[in-house]
Design a protein around this ligand. Structure first.
Ligand code: ADP
Ligand code: MG
Ligand code: ZN
Length: 608
């Protein structure tokens, strides 16, 4: 709003300036006189100097000349116009064929010169010169104000009008961002305390879960400028303008501090170096290096926070995630049941709802959907109602809307259907029940059947009770039993297993193999280690050096097999014995989608 007013004022000032400049260039307004008047004045020696153009003559009159002119004209005009004439020294007259003019001018000693310019050239020049000066000045001004074409500045600055009430189901993420908002609101308070503020915050979550929305909400809540750029625009900008401009852009943002720089879809810049193809790899590396340099050069105390978003955190270059860069990670996950209900509420705010619309029911029939998809459902429903010329959007339209959005999603395999939901619920409950039956296992913190991340369907979070540096053999085998609990549960209930256990099996096998190979925990092979130089910090790409015979290798495999089978039987036994618990918890989980530790405890306590 303020900007608009400034803009209008500037425009008016510019117009006035152009007119003034025009008048300055054309000089004082001259009066036109007839050629005969000119000749008479010339003869009376009333003309001081003349400029002879091809088609006209311009000149200046002496003071006497002005009087003579008014006298000449006085006969036909009133006093008012005489007054007007008197003020003007300059005159213009159209040229008449007069070969002796020059002779006459010489004789009378009048200073004269000739110019070839046409009148219109002067007129055009008198407008163009000031106008072009203004355009240049205006351009500089606008650039300073942060406008400018998309090409020259891919940073989009805007004031965000999104706030937390526009975001639903992300309470945990919002809570984690509160500190950042507090800091942006009053940086000096933090500076005085010497508190360390995160420079970069990375929002991680599946597409459409509200990462961009959340970043805008942070700017809106803190009421600070929001500079946003997408990762791909960042790469493009770097290719186009090079490092210096990138630096300028960051410096420009720093001047607006406190503010937020938001790099959306940062994976386009932040892909691990060396992972991209051959073409453009170097450019990409330079861009990433430049971004890292900028981040390192930033003083967070100045009040600039860099937010970034990605749905593929696993491909980011490790250098981006180091302390001092994007060292704070916030998960923006798929919403749970109540989150979805709230999101339906937000997007239905401006939709006229029929009485039969039940947002809770809608939320219950959209497990796995993200905010963007829910927004889509509401929009589809409203369009359908409009097409049917209804007064308000009814439940039936919403149901159709869900169907439409869901069919779109089925292709990408994101929405879980009822059958899958049941399988996942029993699988996760299996983990939880086994875990709670084994005193040595890490207690269950939370179970959920909402798909998380990209691959896993449901998940169970185990929290170790204390930091552990040593694990005993029995603890390790309990861990394996818990991991296999998901598969055991599926087998008991459905008589067959699904692909849901893939990660569990990987992890269980890895533990079992380490027990045999690394920690000498197998009775058959004895206290031997078959591995050397295992790195201190586990690297995903680490593959142990094999220093044993084929025979030993077979024995290792057999032992691993034995450990796994035993653990699986143990898990199965527990679940068969506690079948009623398994059923009850799974049913509640299907309904609520997420169970916290305390709820789980209550459910299991009821049974005994
Ligand atoms: P992302 O950046 O994670 O891909 P967006 O923030 O661009 O997702 O979300 C797209 C749109 O979906 C938003 O503009 C908003 O209308 C809707 N949306 C997504 N998540 C939420 C949410 N948690 N609450 C409300 N609306 C949401
Ligand atoms: Mg986005
Ligand atoms: Zn599992």
């Amino acid at each position: 709003m303020k900007k608009k007013i400034t803009f209008i004022l500037c425009f008016i000032a510019a117009v006035i300036a152009v007119i003034l400049a025009h008048n300055y260039i054309t000089g004082r307004p001259s009066q036109s006189i007839s050629y005969s008047e000119f000749k008479k004045l010339l003869k009376k020696k009333n003309v001081e100097r003349v400029i002879v153009y091809k088609e006209r003559i311009e000149g200046e009159l002496t003071c006497d000349g002005i009087k003579s002119l008014s006298m000449m004209r006085g006969i036909q005009t009133d006093h008012k116009s005489i007054g007007k004439i008197q003020k003007k020294h300059t005159f213009t007259t159209n040229r008449v064929e007069d070969p002796r003019l020059v002779e006459e001018l010489d004789r009378l000693g009048v200073h004269y010169q000739s110019r070839t310019g046409h009148a219109w050239v002067m007129t055009v020049a008198s407008w163009i010169a000031p106008a072009s000066i203004l355009i240049v000045a205006g351009f500089i001004f606008f650039r300073k104000m942060g406008y400018g074409s998309a090409r020259s500045s891919p940073f989009v600055e805007k004031k965000s009008d999104v706030t937390f009430p526009d975001v639903a189901g992300l309470a945990v993420a919002e809570e984690e961002l509160k500190e950042v908002i507090e800091f942006l609101r009053s940086p000096s308070r933090f500076q005085n305390l010497g508190a360390r503020i995160p420079k970069g915050v990375l929002l991680v979550g599946p597409p459409g879960s509200g990462k961009t929305l959340l970043a805008q909400a942070v700017a809106g809540e803190a009421d600070v400028p929001f500079f946003s750029i997408t990762g791909s625009a960042f790469v493009e900008m770097f290719a186009g303008v090079g490092a210096a401009r990138v630096r300028n852009l960051f410096a420009g943002a720093e001047k607006k501090a406190p503010c937020i720089i938001f790099i959306d879809e940062i994976d386009a810049v932040g892909k691990a170096r060396g992972s991209s193809g051959i073409s453009g790899a170097e450019e990409h590396e330079q861009t990433l290096t430049q971004l890292l340099t900028e981040m390192d050069g930033f003083n967070p105390q100045k009040g600039v926070i860099i937010l970034a978003a990605t749905n593929r955190p696993e491909i980011l270059d490790q250098a981006l995630l180091r302390p001092g860069r994007f060292d704070r990670h916030i998960v923006v996950d798929r919403p749970d049941l109540s989150g979805r209900e709230q999101i339906f509420g937000i997007h239905a705010r401006n939709v006229r709802l029929a009485r039969d619309v039940d947002l809770k029911k809608l939320a219950a029939s959209t497990p796995g959907m993200v905010g963007a998809e829910i927004a889509n459902v509401v929009n589809e429903a409203a369009l359908l109602a409009a097409r049917r010329k209804k007064e308000a959007v009814e439940m039936s339209e919403f149901e159709e809307g869900i169907e439409r959005v869901a069919t779109g999603l089925e292709k990408t395999n994101k929405l879980i259907n009822a059958r899958e939901k049941e399988i996942v619920a029993y699988h996760e409950t299996g983990h939880a029940v086994v875990s709670l039956s084994l005193p040595q296992a890490d207690p269950v913190h939370k179970i959920s059947i909402i798909p998380r991340g990209i691959s896993a369907l449901g998940y169970t979070v185990h929290l170790p009770t204390e930091d552990r540096y040593l694990l005993t053999k029995s603890e390790l085998s309990d861990k394996i039993a818990v991991l296999l609990g998901g598969r055991a549960s599926e087998e008991i209930i459905f008589g067959e297993v699904s692909t849901a256990s893939q990660r569990d099996l990987e992890e269980a096998t890895e533990i079992a193999r380490s027990m045999v190979q690394t920690y000498g925990m197998s009775d058959k092979l004895g206290p031997l280690t078959f591995e050397k130089g295992r790195p201190l910090f586990l690297d995903t790409k680490y593959s142990p050096l094999k220093e044993y015979s084929e025979h030993t290798a077979r024995q290792v495999d057999e032992e691993v097999h034995k450990i796994i089978t035993e653990a699986y039987q143990r898990a199965r036994g527990i679940l068969i014995q506690r079948r009623p618990d398994l059923d009850r918890v799974a049913r509640v989980l299907m309904e609520k989608e997420v169970l916290e530790r305390s709820e789980l405890g209550e459910l299991l306590a009821k049974a005994s």
